[in-house]
Design a protein around this ligand. Structure first.
Ligand code: CAA
Length: 258
């Protein structure tokens, strides 16, 4: 499929979605968001895809929602179209594991999209920020919510109230990103992790992802109960039996994804 604002490819069970609007630092206009949503939905429905990597360019993962596209909208417009809703949350809703590979700026909606992925792998050049306050608005796609859950109140308040950016090392210390690597190694490392996930039992990986996500939506007791029951449920998978048999027999498991 030909896209205008993104590029896609698949390699050995891993799908790559590359935001590709470099002249605007991958600013997220309606067209880019619609294309990203369509590509992500397609890969999520493809049983041959075991992990999806979303990335941008060297200078910018994405510098936010497209300010020029929204500057003339009024309240009635954004309320009527429920602006920053259609297709924006697709990445957060996928069942397939996802990785955001971030180099350069991940600002505003760019930081928010990265946070919708299951994990962020960052280049040492990455800069994360919620600068909406400096253009007279606030985040609309999770910058006050997912960021606060990821890094805690104080750092989130600092980022949301000043609009200042944090670097990759700060993001790592705060728990916003899983790993920081030299810029030149970003895609190799993101694809290595993605291939590892794609090479595991897909139904088990999916329930593991679902269980982690329950931690954000439940009390601890409810979350533990969900985890325990889901752990029990993995005993219905042929792959659970295979994984433990392979361990005991000192061989590699042959996953059937069943
Ligand atoms: N929207 C539209 N265009 C953008 C953009 C954005 N968010 N970010 C960058 N661009 C455009 C610039 O206008 C510029 O275009 P022209 O060449 O046509 O002038 C081009 O991309 C290159 O950008 P700069 O010349 O500004 O590059 P720089 O290296 O000097 O600065 C930057 C880089 C610090 C990231 C700066 O571009 C910037 O501050 N961008 C805006 C960041 C921002 O405020 N993001 C939040 C948007 S609101 C939002 O995202 C709401 C939400 O929660 C969903």
């Amino acid at each position: 499929m030909a896209y205008e604002y993104i590029e896609t490819e698949t390699r050995d069970g891993v799908a790559i979605v590359t935001l590709n609007r470099p002249e605007a630092l991958n600013a997220l206009n309606a067209g880019l968001i619609a294309e990203m949503g369509a590509a992500l939905r397609g890969f999520d429905a493809d049983p041959a895809v075991g992990c999806i990597v979303v990335t941008g360019g060297e200078k910018a993962f994405a510098a936010g929602a497209d300010i020029k596209e929204m500057r003339d909208k009024g309240y009635a417009d954004v309320a009527a179209e429920d602006f920053i809703t259609d297709d924006w949350e697709v990445l957060a809703d996928l069942r397939t594991p996802t990785i955001a590979a971030v180099s350069g700026y991940a600002l505003g909606g760019g930081c928010e999209v990265a946070m919708m992925a299951d994990m962020i792998v960052a280049a040492d050049t990455a800069k994360f920020g919620q600068p909406e306050i400096t253009i007279g608005t606030i985040p609309g796609a999770g910058g006050t919510q997912r960021l606060t859950r990821a890094v805690g109140k104080s750092l989130s308040m600092y980022m949301n109230l000043t609009g200042e950016f944090i670097d990759a090392e700060t993001a790592l210390r705060a728990g916003l990103v899983a790993k920081v690597v030299p810029q030149a190694e970003l895609m190799d490392e993101a694809l290595r992790i993605a291939a590892k996930i794609a090479g595991l039992s897909q139904p088990v990986v999916r329930v593991a992802k679902e269980a982690v996500n329950v931690a954000f939506e439940s009390t601890l007791a409810e979350g533990i109960r969900f985890e325990r029951r889901t752990f029990h449920a993995t005993f219905a998978f042929e792959d659970r039996k295979e994984g433990m048999a392979a361990f005991a027999e000192k061989r590699k498991p042959a996953w059937k994804n069943r």
